[in-house]
Design a protein around this ligand. Structure first.
Ligand code: AQP
Length: 345
């Protein structure tokens, strides 16, 4: 395969309040990767509308995710921050990938099964085809690394399958056009750290999610100290003291979740947290967790509030990012049209 420059791409849906899971599983990693890679971070509004969004809420959430990116430390001047609908290449490439991916592949996607539930006949076609659009988001920029939470692992595997099939199906066309043996890279997921799947504070078997009906299930990035304290104190636990060894967290999902959150906020490991709190009661540990969460999250909430007070500045960042993203995307779309055999002027 022709050498492809290393590049990071990832996205977040503007579907509601960003929470600690989005932060620890994804956005915190986005910030770290800026040091080593060229990064493109996208507010994926086309993904959001696979389920119903009130138009005014969609606009507000799009700006809020942008504000969160910046408040967490993403630099929109050095890297690219934009919203997906402003670069038409995402939808164009997604259509081509709809014709590359197989129904059987999409039928196996667990996120679709979870989100569609028993109401499969009534969900949008977009919700089913969501992973093809996600593959298009990533491969439009020929991204080599994608930081995501654990829940997106299967979609990343599908992205690799689509890239591989495209490279194989169009192999002769690729070599004829001088692209070597492959056009799209086989992208690597970046899923790392002690909190790649943060669970609901009310139910250790469910992922922390924006769309959970209970606000007590998650810590929002905009929560103030009082709200964080209330949610952590009410978080479900079990009656045993914390174990001293990590192996003791097995079969104790709520304890495992809170210890993982503490470790991730501190950039430590679960074992280092247990070295400090093992053998103690949850009440002591929860008090320390509240202090740590408030210390780490309050500055983000404050900065988001400040940024949201100037919507035109946020819109200018998104417009500038879209202009820069489009330059890369247009080149890929032109190449892909040549490879597939579409006549261009
Ligand atoms: N609970 C989580 N733990 C760790 N990482 C998580 N992510 C989401 N939830 C957790 C990661 O956050 C990034 C952005 O996710 P998204 O907004 O695009 O979609 P999602 O995964 O569907 O997130 P939600 O909160 O559950 O949203 P809704 O309720 O709208 O479906 C991704 O990298 C994701 O892995």
């Amino acid at each position: 395969m022709a050498a492809v420059a290393e590049r990071v791409f990832s996205g977040v849906q503007p579907t509601g309040n960003l929470h600690l899971g989005n932060y620890l599983g994804a956005i915190k990693r986005f910030v770290e990767l800026q040091e080593r890679f060229d990064c493109i971070y996208c507010v994926v509004d086309l993904h959001a509308i696979t389920v119903w969004q009130e138009p005014e809420e969609l606009k507000r959430h799009t700006r809020e995710v942008t504000a969160a990116f910046i408040a967490c430390g993403i630099d929109p001047k050095k890297h690219i921050v934009f919203n997906q609908s402003q670069v038409s290449g995402h939808a164009e490439l997604a259509w081509i990938f709809n014709c590359v991916a197989r129904m059987g592949w999409l039928n196996r996607m667990t996120q679709f099964k979870e989100k569609a539930g028993k109401d499969r006949e009534n969900v949008s076609v977009g919700l089913f085809a969501y992973p093809d659009l996600m593959a298009a988001d990533i491969l439009l920029y020929r991204a080599t690394h994608v930081p995501v939470g654990e829940d997106q692992k299967q979609h990343l595997e599908l992205t690799r399958d689509i890239a591989q099939k495209f490279n194989t199906d169009f192999g002769p066309s690729l070599s004829g056009l001088g692209f070597g043996e492959g056009y799209f890279p086989l992208t690597e997921p970046v899923i790392a750290g002690p909190a790649t799947r943060v669970m609901s504070l009310r139910d250790g078997s469910k992922k922390m999610s924006k769309s959970d009906a209970s606000d007590f299930s998650r810590i929002n990035l905009t929560d103030d100290a009082e709200a964080i304290a209330g949610k952590v104190r009410r978080a479900k636990t079990d009656p045993e003291p914390l174990p001293s060894e990590e192996a003791g967290l097995k079969e104790r999902p709520e304890a495992d979740n809170l210890v993982g959150i503490y470790a991730a906020l501190l950039d430590g490991t679960k074992q280092s947290v247990l070295d400090q709190f093992g053998g103690g009661q949850f009440s002591t540990f929860k008090g320390a967790l509240v202090d740590l969460a408030v210390e780490k999250l309050s500055p983000i909430a404050g900065e988001m509030k400040r940024l949201m007070a100037d919507v035109s500045a946020i819109d200018a960042i998104l417009a500038d990012g879209a202009d820069r993203a489009r330059v890369i995307a247009d080149k890929t779309i032109a190449d892909v049209k040549d490879i597939v055999g579409m006549v261009r002027r």
